[in-house]
Ligand binder design. Sequence first.
Ligand code: LLP
Length: 437
Amino acid sequence: SMNTTRNARGEVEIAGVGVEEIKERFGTPTFVIDEEDFRSRARLFRDTFERAFAPLAGVDMSYAGKAFLSTAVARWVREERLGLDVCSGGELAIALRGGSDATRLTFHGNNKSGAELTYAIEAGVGRIVIDSLEEIDRVNVIAEAKGVHQRVLLRVTSGVEAHTHEFISTAHEDQKFGISIATGEALEAIRRVEAASVLTLDGLHSHIGSQIFDTNGFEVAARRVLALAKEGRDAIGRPLPHIVLGGGFGVMYTTQNTPRTAGQLAEQLAAIVDSSCRALDLEVPRLGFEPGRAIAGPSTQTLYTVGTLKDVELGAGQKRLYVSIDGGMSDNIRTALYDADYSCLLSSRTSAVEPRVVRIVGKHCESGDIVVKDEYLPGDVKRGDLVSVPVTGAYCYALASNYNSALKPAVVSVKDGTVTEMIRRETLEDLLARDLG
Ligand code: LLP
């Protein structure tokens, strides 16, 4: 995991760069990505999954750009030889600017606009994931007008209840994604794509949710999707070559979480696919996975500066120290939105003072603006100290907002003792530029 140590001054260094230097040069809040950590995790998923699926029909690994995407990240992903998933015209533009090979891009989304579909088809994206019956015709019409034969996947819903937060669970019946297997619509979609003039059905896609620790959900989904693949094969008279089982692998935010290693996941998933295909008497298709969080999350920490401190009476002699930092729900909304757990550490110095329970809160006008609900920090934590919140590489910058007209933070990468600015901090000029008066 992240290459973090304390130097002789007691200050945290990430990949050989001290947090004070990062603050000095880029200010706070700043997202600090350990480039080698991100890359090695991408490689680890590719290598372990390729090894586990080699005895079957192989596997294609992609990074889900929604977790965090910038042009540098698109380049890292290409250099580590993973595909890249995008889910909007904006992500597609970043991927292309970052030098992604369009044929290794997959375009997702439950409500792609005509402009986005046209952009994706013109750019030559490898695959479009069709998310509804009506989208089959929309994609076919645009591709035909452009004279393009487009490969597509069908996003199907298996009815699986992934054991994760309701808002990030995506395969049960009563939600907006995909085409239902249970109602027969998914089989109907297979027939319709096959009949469409310029679409090539590459296979099926399923994504059950995110921050999942239990492989049971994947097992049930795989069985149902593979059973559909068999019905589909019989309906159209040829096997469906690819099955993508999405992302969703959980990461360790606090010691409460116990994720499986990439190697364990790869082996378990390969065994699940192998046994499901045997049970169905189905030729094993080529698999695909698209982790986002598990690659990006642990690579990053957010660096904040401590401001106001407030000791709040809880009654019965109890107190809680509220430590305000210079960001908050505008750069990490996950605590407020999903009741997510984070940890934090005092990163600018060490202290021998007894730790006490603190709550890390932001600067926004909401009492729910909490980044870390409960953590121990040295009792002498004070204004001007730097606090780091680890595992913020996924769905933090990606979900950042301008709430209270906050300026979006800088994102930097560190590697071998040097810092590179990846996304510059937003300025007041940026903020005012689009306000036309
Ligand atoms: N593939 C598809 C089709 C997806 O919808 C997602 C995530 C992924 C892959 C990547 O999933 P991951 O490996 O990162 O779990 N904002 C929420 C997470 C939303 C996930 C959306 N889809 C959060 O902060 O927890």
